[in-house]
Design a binder for this molecule. Structure first.
Ligand code: PEP
Length: 251
């Protein structure tokens, strides 16, 4: 299975930031056949259409950072999965911890958003992850198992869904779990997916996210059951993001 390195720009980026996408494209072209992963960038929705022109014909796919659970209607300010697809996206992140924390999104809403993504022909990147207190209390497996059960709809397959394990306490903090803890959690997530989805659960990619940087990417991305990375801060600069991509490509 080819790994996926996905960048989440969050609420960062204006038209001028598209120059970073150009630099990313150039760097990937230099890697050429040595590029060992698929590469995705999720800019703010306002930039997707312009970004699609910028990356046309290259190795970078585009994604949204969230979508509404409905296809259209009276939802002022919201963006549907169909709109993201129409702008040039092929993926959408759903259930990011910042959406769950700051917008009160429940597992059920995240599942409905994943289904909306599928209806639009987008691949859903469904995020799960525990906060610090359950990690210390030894409840991380139970929390993540519950999020998987509630957020991943029954129709999930490796063709329409990617899971991103992002411990909330590691996002943007510079802290990461130990390699042993990442390995143990990814094994747990795999077991939960297989129990729920059977064969499809065996092949569904599981990304790690949370303070992935050029200097730790090689170690993290080579752990068992880590099918790639979801990268926040370090995806904003093409040079950092390329270093992470090179770490997985071994070059
Ligand atoms: C994220 O928010 O998805 C993320 C992984 O952020 P960071 O890499 O900055 O920790």
């Amino acid at each position: 299975m080819r790994p996926l390195v996905a960048g989440n720009w969050k609420m960062n980026g204006l038209s001028a930031s598209l120059a970073e996408l150009g630099s990313l494209q150039d760097g990937l072209a230099v890697l050429g056949l040595r590029l060992g992963s698929d590469v995705l960038v999720c800019p703010p929705a306002t930039l997707i259409a312009q970004a699609a022109w910028k990356v046309a014909g290259g190795a970078v796919a585009l994604g949204g950072q969230d979508c509404h659970a409905k296809d259209s209607g009276a939802h002022t300010g919201d963006i549907s999965a169909q709109m993201l697809k129409d702008s040039g996206a092929s993926f959408v992140i759903v259930g990011h911890s910042e959406r769950r924390q700051h917008h009160g999104e429940s597992d059920g809403e995240v599942a409905a958003k994943a289904q909306a993504a599928w209806r639009a022909g987008l691949k859903a990147i469904i995020c799960i992850g525990e906060t610090q207190a359950p990690r210390y209390a030894g409840d991380a497996n139970q929390i993540c198992g519950k999020q998987l059960d509630g957020s991943v709809p029954g129709g999930a397959t490796p063709a329409n869904t990617v899971i991103a394990y992002e411990p909330v306490w590691a996002i943007g903090t510079g802290k990461t779990p130990t390699s042993a803890d990442i390995t143990a959690m990814h094994a747990h997530i795999r077991a939960c997916l297989v129990r729920r989805l059977g064969k499809g659960g065996r092949e569904m990619p599981i990304l790690y996210g949370g303070s992935v940087k050029p200097d730790n990417a090689g170690e993290i991305l080579n752990l068992p059951e880590v099918g790639g990375a979801l990268v926040g801060g370090a995806s904003l600069k093409a040079s950092d993001f390329l270093s992470i991509i090179r770490a997985i490509s071994g070059s």
